[in-house]
Write a protein that binds this ligand. Structure first.
Ligand code: MYR
Length: 285
């Protein structure tokens, strides 16, 4: 705020936050899609292919590869927003698993018309979405870009997530699992719980069954929220909505200071995790 002049800050993210279109429109969130590539055909997720269409498609086809958005798409959007806004906050999936954030940084240096603040969420999906929703709400309240960036850094301190996959080989094939090859070999037999360390995906603990893994994650949440302060949490599933709903009800009955929502692993992230994956992320309100 500078006298009567309010900073207008635009919020940009990528498709892997999986924020539904109605919410993006309501909160003025601008989205740049990543793509899934089946053979010679590329589809921009959330625009040309939905999560439902994707999981239907991969019933009869191998999982596709994925690609980050072209830098030109960031440049074009930033230039367009420069006409209407004073600054841009651009929030992206972890730079340890995708080149998307670097693309935003490169585009920011090519656009002189407006100051762009790229933010590496160091995570993805609706856990990245927590940052995006908060930034968008603060921007609507005319908070400055630097104030919003400080708030995002503060959120990092209480933001955490764990997830499990049915088949670890997808993550390994896509090169998104960071661990010694021999260790990964030993993990392929079990269902390890995974998380992010230093922007990269690493196994957290070897756990043999899905039920036990979910129990372990619930305990980790309990540890994180034990102060009783209000938290947001999100259950994220890859085509397992009924199971996610059931887990939500179980967790809601135990953690009264936590507001739970359900989200999904869409096409791009689903290509690396495979169907049946399930995750839980949280942040202090
Ligand atoms: C690209 O092609 O640039 C996209 C690569 C995406 C890799 C995704 C790896 C799995 C991420 C799991 C996130 C879980 C968040 C709770």
């Amino acid at each position: 705020k500078d006298g009567n002049f309010f900073m207008k800050t635009a919020v940009v993210t990528d498709s892997t936050a999986y924020i539904p279109k109605e919410i993006r429109e309501k909160l003025n969130i601008h989205m740049i899609p990543l793509s899934v590539i089946f053979g010679a055909e590329a589809y921009r997720e959330e625009i040309e292919i939905s999560a439902t269409e994707f999981f239907e498609e991969v019933k009869t086809r191998d999982l596709p590869t994925t690609s980050q958005p072209p830098v030109g798409e960031f440049v074009e959007l930033y230039k367009k927003l420069a006409a209407e806004y004073d600054a841009i906050i651009s929030i992206h999936l972890s730079s340890g698993i995708s080149g998307t954030y670097q693309g935003a940084v490169a585009a920011a240096s090519m656009v002189d018309e407006i100051k762009v603040y790229p933010f590496d969420s160091e995570i993805s999906c609706m856990v990245q979405g927590f940052y995006v929703l908060e930034a968008a709400e603060w921007a609507l309240q005319n908070k400055s870009a630097t104030e919003i960036m400080e708030r995002l850094e503060e959120m990092r301190k209480t933001n955490d997530a764990y997830f499990m996959v049915d088949d670890l080989s997808h993550l390994q094939r896509g090169g998104r699992l960071s661990s010694a090859q021999a260790f990964i070999g030993s993990l392929l037999q079990v269902k390890p719980l995974l998380h992010f360390v230093d922007k990269k995906i690493v196994p957290f603990e070897k756990i043999r069954t899905r039920k036990k893994a979910m129990k372990r994650v619930a305990n980790l949440l309990g540890e994180a929220v034990k102060s009783g302060e209000p938290f947001h949490a999100v259950i994220i599933h890859a085509n397992r909505e009924a199971e996610a709903l059931e887990w939500k009800q179980e967790l809601e009955a135990v953690f009264l200071n936590v507001e739970f929502t359900i989200s999904y692993f869409g096409p791009v992230i689903g290509s690396h995790l495979g169907e049946g994956s399930m995750g839980l992320g949280w942040v202090k309100k």
